[in-house]
Each structure stands twice: as C-alpha cells, then as structure tokens.
Ligand binder design. Structure first.
Ligand SMILES: [Zn+2]
Length: 301
C-alpha cells in the first residue's frame, strides 16, 4: 500500500511545475527517503541530529510470516515512536548476520566482513550528512553480537557521531501482563512463535498467514547434548532445523498490541534520552584527544 502511494506521488510530482510537496513543520516526514532537500535543515533541527537505523534481516519466519518480519517490526516501532518524539529514520536495512538460515529459502546472508563494512560505511554516511546521534533499532535475534562488536569498535578511530543500541531491559510488569495473554509456553516462544507473530498480526495482518503456521513444527528437537557452558554455531540448527521456534498459530492481536505499544513507549523514552545526550560525544572526543596525545611531547591529562 505504502509503495503504491509513493509511486503515485512520484508520477504526479514529475508533472507539476511548482513545489506542491513543500513540507510544513507538522507534515515533516520522519523517513529519510521521504524528506526533501529543502526540509532537511528542519529535520536536522527537530531531530537534534538524531537518526534511527532500523536493522532487520531477510529470513524464513516459520511457514506463515514474511521474510522481512524483523525489518517490518522495527520500521513500525520507529514510525510509531517518531510520531511522539521526532527523529529521522534511515530506509530499510536488512544486512545482518543470518548464516544459520542458509538452508532455508529467502535467507540473505552477506559475507561477515561485508556486513560489518557495510554497517560502518552506512553509519559514516549518516554522520557525514550531519547526524551526531545514530540509534540502532534491531529486530533480528542473530544480530546483537555483531552490533555490540561493531559499536565497541567505534573506539578504533575518532568519529563525529555516537552510535547507540536500543536494548530494552526486561520489564516484569509487562511480562506478567503478557503471561495472562499467552496461549503457548512463553519459555518456548521464540523465532516466529506466538509473540513475534502476534506483533505482525497487530501491525501488518495482511502479511501473516496463520493458516500455514502449523504446516511445520516449531518444537525444540534437542539434537545436540552439550553442557550449557559451551557455545557452538550449530546449536540453533540442532534445536530448530525448520528455523521456527514456538507456536505461531497461537498469535493474537491483543498480545501483539501489548508488545508493540510497550516497545514504542520504550523507544520514545530512549529517543528523548539520546536527543538530550551531549555527554557521550564530549567524552568520546576527550578519549580521542588522549589517544592522539599518547606518545607525543604534549602534556597529558
Ligand atoms: Zn524475526
């Protein structure tokens, strides 16, 4: 639907000689790809130079949910949150870590080095456009290790911006409310299971096909017996060879609404904190001043 609207707008705009698409403050789009150059300064000011980078992945989501479920979800969170707390939203970004789904149709798994390099180049380009704050909203369970490594290695060299990773802490009040709505075992509810499917049923019902959710099993197959102290790459495939973990057929709009609305609140709170944060960049600069001074004759702090 959104895509169709954009096509119509593009055709109309090309045939009109005046700036009918001029953006007033109230109509300022959050999406980078919908902003005009004339509205750019306004977007920078209103966002306090903050850009959200929603990261998802393309991978199988059980037999019933779309390949892009993770990016769809974080794009929804960003779109809803920025209506309350403005920030610019970077376009679809689905270049993460998904090697564990290579055996399934639809997985887009770039080489690891390229995925990191692309993330770095993307953040550098966002920074080059004037943003001082980049907030990563991640929707894919296979990405956090990569994102944390990426962020920690930002101390490799000086940059003009700070990268933040939105990682909401567990909220027991919400977990308790969710438990009353859950129809499957919350402990077994993971990839494309009841919770994830519910969020999609709430936000993009037309993309979910619950009638197929039981075509395959999302049960833990327990095919690898190693002590919990050991981590190995094949653990996920050993447990969930269908790349499906949980019971998507139990999804409900009510559970989806609780999860999404709660997450939106948390994103809004995080955006407010990020936009007010000048200290991180100050400290980052101080750190690099000391790095630069090390080994030189200048007095060190
Ligand atoms: Zn997912």
């Amino acid at each position: 639907m959104r895509f169709a609207t954009l096509i119509v707008f593009a055709c109309c705009a090309a045939s009109l000689p005046t700036a009918v698409g001029a953006q007033t403050p109230s109509a300022l789009p959050a999406r980078w790809d919908e902003l005009t150059a004339s509205a750019w300064p306004q977007a920078m000011e209103k966002s306090a130079k903050t850009c959200i980078l929603p990261i998802g992945i393309l991978e199988k989501h059980g037999p019933h949910a779309p390949m892009g479920s993770d990016i769809v979800h974080v794009r929804e969170l960003a779109a809803r949150a920025t209506k309350q707390e403005y920030a610019v939203i970077f376009p679809e970004y689905f270049y993460g870590q998904i090697n564990e789904a290579r055996h399934q149709p639809g997985a887009f798994a770039l080489p690891a080095r390229l995925a990191l390099e692309l993330l770095e180049a993307t953040c550098d380009e966002i920074g080059r456009n004037g943003f001082k704050r980049i907030v990563i909203l991640n929707g894919h369970g296979g990405n956090p290790e990569m994102i944390r490594y990426f962020i920690q290695t930002r101390l490799e060299r000086r940059r003009s911006y700070v990268v933040y990773f939105f990682t909401p802490a567990r909220d027991s009040a919400v977990t308790d409310r969710a438990a009353t709505l859950h129809r499957s075992d919350p402990a077994k509810d993971m990839h494309a299971g009841e919770s994830e499917t519910s969020t999609l049923v709430y936000t993009v019902p037309g993309l979910v096909h619950l009638e197929h959710a039981k075509d395959e099993t999302g049960t833990d197959q327990q095919r690898l017996a190693l002590p919990a102290d050991l981590y190995t790459a094949i653990w996920w495939y050993a447990r969930f060879p269908n790349h499906y973990a949980g019971e998507g057929d139990k999804a409900t709009r009510e559970l989806g609404q609780l999860i999404v609305d709660t997450q939106v609140e948390r994103v809004v709170k995080a955006l407010k904190a990020v936009k007010a944060d000048t200290r991180s960049l100050e400290l980052q600069n101080e750190f690099f001043d000391r790095v630069d001074a090390l080994g030189k004759d200048e007095p060190r702090r």
